[in-house]
Design a protein around this ligand. Structure first.
Ligand code: HQG
Length: 184
């Protein structure tokens, strides 16, 4: 069951964040897909989804990557998009003094030279706490957490958003606003 949930979560991330066209799905600019259309398109592509399984994925994950609309008809990913079809109008929000970005040590040279960049995604992702950032960094290798002076950035005119699931978003973070934290 756990494996099925993980596989479904990865599939949903792929079509709702990155490549809806692969299964012939259309997303609104706010990222919404019709839930029954998604299930049908997924089945045609060989992924046996149903509403219960999708709800189990959403409820079973602390990250709350996806949300279903109140009327139960639509589903979207809350952040992490790369597809041009989506341009979510998040409300700007004042960040706390510090936010954290987890990455792998092998990216540090480039990050310190260029700053933190969004890569393929629409935003650079930041976490409100160190353990979350550490876990994000572990996805790519030996983790390192960067402490970002988010409030100072905000005071200097950088715009921050917070996705419904708590993930902080900003376009980029110049290197003068962060430093690697010593390993615990
Ligand atoms: C790195 C997950 C070289 C950056 C997580 C990261 C997050 C640079 C990688 C969400 C760089 C991009 C996003 C530069 C940044 N040079 N490398 N100048 N600037 N990088 O996956 O932040 O499980 O696109 O440090 O929890 O790791 O998918 O971004 O290592 O919230 O829901 O380039 O994805 O959530 O990787 O992760 P990603 P991310 P989900």
């Amino acid at each position: 069951m756990k494996k099925q949930l993980t596989e479904t979560s990865k599939f949903l991330s792929y079509v709702l964040r990155h490549n809806p066209g692969e299964i012939g799905l259309t997303l609104s600019s706010e990222g919404w897909a019709d839930l029954s259309e998604l299930i049908l398109a997924a089945r045609k592509a060989g992924h046996d989804l149903d509403v219960e399984l999708i709800r189990a994925v959403i409820d079973g994950s602390e990250k709350k990557r996806f949300a279903i609309s109140e009327d139960g008809r639509l589903i979207r990913a809350l952040q992490g998009h790369s597809t041009d079809a989506v341009d979510i109008r998040h409300q700007p929000k004042t960040p706390p003094e510090f936010l954290y970005h987890g990455t792998a040590t092998r990216f540090l040279g480039s990050i310190l030279a260029e700053g933190l960049l969004p890569g393929q995604r629409h935003h650079t992702h930041l976490a409100g706490d160190i353990p979350t950032a550490f876990a994000v960094g572990q996805r790519y290798g030996k983790p390192v957490v960067l402490k970002v002076e988010a409030l100072r950035m905000h005071q200097d005119g950088f715009v921050f958003f917070q996705a419904e699931n708590g993930v902080w978003l900003t376009e980029k973070v110049p290197a003068s606003y962060f430093s690697p934290m010593p390993q615990a």
